[in-house]
Write a protein that binds this ligand. Sequence first.
Ligand code: 48F
Length: 264
Amino acid sequence: MRTNETLITRAIIDRYFEKLKKTIEVDVAVVGAGPAGLVAAYYLAKAGRRVSIFERKLSIGGGIWGGGMLFNEIVVQEDAKHILDEFDLRANPYGEGLYTIDAVETAATLTSRAVKAGASVFNCISVEDVVMRPDRVVGVVLNWSPVEMAGLHVDPLSIRCHAVLDATGHATEVVHVVERKVPGKLMTPTGKIEGEQSMWPEKAEKLTLENTREVFPGLFIAGMAANAVFGAPRMGPIFGGMFLSGEKVAGLILKHLEEEAEGR
Ligand code: 48F
C-alpha cells in the first residue's frame, strides 16, 4: 500500500477536478444548500438530472443546524410529513399536526441523500453573478468564498445550465443580481423584489409554496428567498414550507427542462 503524500495529493486533485469538469455544463445550478436547495437538488438528481449545488459556507445545511435560537430541534407540520418519510427522517409527533426533528440529523440526512441521489456539492464557492443570453439566465458566475471574504481582485469562472435555482434564503442573492442588472423585469407585481415581511408563521408557510416559481426566464426561487422576493412574511424555525418549496420547485424545473428540450 502506497500512502505517500504525493499520491494523496494526486488522488484529491484528480477526483475534485473530475467533479468540477462535470459541472461546467449541468441541467440545474442550485445556489445555496439550505433545506430548500437540498430538497430540490435531491428530487432533481433522483429524476436523473445533472445538478450542482454551490454553497458559500464550508458547512452544508444553511439555517437547519441551529434549530431555533441554537436549540437544535426543528418543527415540521403534517403537510410535509411525506417528505420526512421520503428522507427517512425520524419525526416525533408533538400534537396539533406538528412534528419535531433533530436539526443535526436533518442537515446531515438531507445532505447525504442529495449527494447519494447524484447531486454534486461545491462548498466554499459563492455565486456572484449570472450568465445572461440575451434575456434569460443560462448560467452562474462562481468564485471561492475565501476570495470574496478577503476582497481579493480575482476574476471568477462561469458554468452553463438550463435552470438556476436561487435558494439563498433571506438574502435572495441571485435575484438581487438580476434585479440590479435588468431593472424592473422580475415576474413580481412591481417587477422588483417586494421584500421580506416580519414573522407570521401560519401565513408564511402557505405563501412560501405559492411564491415558489420562476421569477425571471431560467431563474427559479424556493424557500425563504421565494418569500423575500414576493413580499411575504418570515416564519422562523418551522421547516415544512422549506421542504415543500424544494419539492415543488424541483417539479417546476423538471417541467421547464422538458419544455426546453421540446423547443417550446
Ligand atoms: O438560509 P437557508 O437555510 O435558506 P432556505 O433553504 O431555508 C431558510 C431556513 O433556514 C430559515 C427559515 C425557516 O423556515 O426561515 O431561515 O430558504 O440557506 C441558504 C444558503 O445559501 C447560502 C447560505 O450560505 C446558506 O447556506 N448562500 C447565500 N448566498 C449564496 C449562498 C451565494 N451567493 N452563493 C452560494 N451560497
